[in-house]
Design a protein around this ligand. Sequence first.
Ligand code: NDP
Length: 244
Amino acid sequence: MKSVLITGANQGIGLATAKNLAHQGYYVYLACRNPDAGTLAVDILKAEGIKNASCVQLDVTDQASIDLAVKEVLKHSNSLDALINNAGILGNANPDGSVSIEEIKRVFETNVYGVIRVTRAFLPLLQESDAPRIVHISSGLGSLTNQSDPDWVFSHYKSEAYFPSKTALNAYCVALAAKLKSTRCKVNVVDPGFVKTAFNGFQGMHDPAEAAKFITYAATLPENGPTGCFLSESEGSSNGIMPW
Ligand code: NDP
């Protein structure tokens, strides 16, 4: 049975993606920072008849918890077929839109360094797979081609933290894809669009299940599948894929 680990899988886009991949026959590790929320998420899947899922405690900002999560996965298998770096935070801005340096650091700790930590920790297991796939959940806001409308970014997110963090994430993904180019590992970024989750007060345009389809596609790409940044239609950004 193929396996996938999804960070931030207790709710929203991560949980919807977990459901999809479990239905496709993957064993799904729901990596959640709060074990109670992880257990609840596994129960939600069980209620839908899904048995091929379990939760592992993992806080992307805490290297020790990541190392323990690797050990937990190794108890089941020495390989992992897909890693979905989904956990992310928006960060908080002051009422005037300003953001403290501490808050910017907190957002980067999760959205950038967290992804790098988790990817590095699970790469040896991924490299044991015949067809490893790494998918990073970014945002149109972070796309290097979508910076032309700073007013829109500011009015929607009032954050000097989130936008640059996702831009840095995209740049990291390009570097990782280049580094792994000669291996069997495919690296992709998905911009899920504006999705109805707790992340944006359930104000989005799309259901998490729609975003999950996109992400599932990237996580299960065939050998000759495309690689790059998959852009959603919903943010008015150019559709399709920006290849690496
Ligand atoms: P949610 O807020 O519903 O889910 C975010 C998940 O990330 C939660 O499970 C949360 O856990 C987890 N998380 C946050 N910090 C950490 C951490 N330190 N360690 C482990 N897990 C953590 O949001 P979405 O499902 O919408 O977001 C998923 C991804 O999609 C994010 O990366 C976001 O940036 C991206 N995205 C979302 C968009 C949208 O419109 N919704 C648009 C573009 C991108 P906990 O429950 O414990 O807080």
